[in-house]
Write a protein that binds this ligand. Sequence first.
Ligand SMILES: Cc1cc2nc3c(=O)[nH]c(=O)nc-3n(C[C@H](O)[C@H](O)[C@H](O)COP(=O)(O)OP(=O)(O)OC[C@H]3O[C@@H](n4cnc5c(N)ncnc54)[C@H](O)[C@@H]3O)c2cc1C
Length: 380
Amino acid sequence: MFDVAIIGAGINGCAVSYYLTKAGLRVALIDKSGIASGGSGAAGAFIAPKFTKAGPLKALLEAAYRYAIDFYNAEFPDLITNAPLLHLAKYEDENEKVAYFKQHTTLDIGEVPPEQLGLLTPWARGFESVYLRKGGLVDAKGVCETLAEGAAFFKTEPKEIRFKDGIWHIGQISAKTVVLATGAYKGVVDEPYLRFRPVWGHRIDIKTTTHVPMTIHQQVSISPSREDGTLAIGATHNVHYHPESGEAYDTEAGRAELIRKACDTIDLQNIEVLKDYTGLRSGSNDYMPLLGRLVKAKETLEKFPDLSKGADIDTGAFVYYPNLFVINGTGGYGFVLGPYLAKALSEHITDAKALDPQLDPVRFFRRWAKRAKHKTEEGA
Ligand SMILES: Cc1cc2nc3c(=O)[nH]c(=O)nc-3n(C[C@H](O)[C@H](O)[C@H](O)COP(=O)(O)OP(=O)(O)OC[C@H]3O[C@@H](n4cnc5c(N)ncnc54)[C@H](O)[C@@H]3O)c2cc1C
């Protein structure tokens, strides 16, 4: 029997696996398609903060960014490329946000070296920018595979999970605790309040004769050139396509969009597309990740019907799945947030350390419970 079974081997599941196995726990890591086969395998895996004014997501991402840069450099120096990052506003309305960020940040920023500024198109130079000295990008698949090394890996798609006599049963696998890290793909626990915003993304590796010495973020992200003259461009944000719809994805259209947007910023010469990567990001409805226990909606609403009238009942009295946690909703920042959130979750599992209440999935249950009332009234 395993101490913990993690379902989903993207960056979030693999990072949880890393910390738990490091703490000496026996971990089963389960994925229907393989390690980093979902959104994580597609990621450009840029490690950046959020260049905006203020708010809880900005604060969380800044803490996670600082943590991630140190974490990857200390644990996986071969899998991170450290490079400065030039972030440019995408449109006029964003200029103010970027200017505000630049004025108020405590991160290590500086002036763009003039020869690097010369790489930008006149259009791109017309926008506010911030030059972060410490940026990075990681080898997404390599990081996930290395993080997962201490776990026993099972390629399987459990149809359901059952809790019996204090133990979780996931097909033939049994474990004391379960962590759900299934991203935007169809998961194994269906709760009505647990809904994610799937955002399909496409990135490409290209060869170009233009040398790019830094990471550039504007409409898309452009990585620094590798030694062989290749670089990554990512990513599209396509809310209309879903791989589970059965429709074919238009790769040519995605490539064209990426190249057009990259060339709006920098004049890349002699482009040859080498490889496509696609996958789903999993966003939450308030953009903050979900980290913590899962409420059983039906049982909790039966126990506290006044929740549908907005009653302020202590969440400690709600009915939860026993020994079951979720880590999800990292949107376009899984490689920034993953290690930070996974460390917190593993310390919660091993040492009962408190989790950040802002990230508690219970917030979505509360909102759903109130809407459940409206639905009943509308239906009446
Ligand atoms: C194109 C693109 C570019 C991106 N660029 C960046 C970037 O530059 N920086 C950054 O930080 N983030 C980036 N992201 C976002 C980042 O990739 C996501 O936040 C991250 O992948 C989320 O990880 P995850 O582990 O939650 O989900 P996923 O990586 O999607 O993993 C979920 C896994 O669960 C498995 N699974 C689902 N259901 C089941 C089931 N029932 N049984 C078994 N297995 C199951 C899936 O097969 C999948 O492997 C990008 C994403 C995309 C798509």
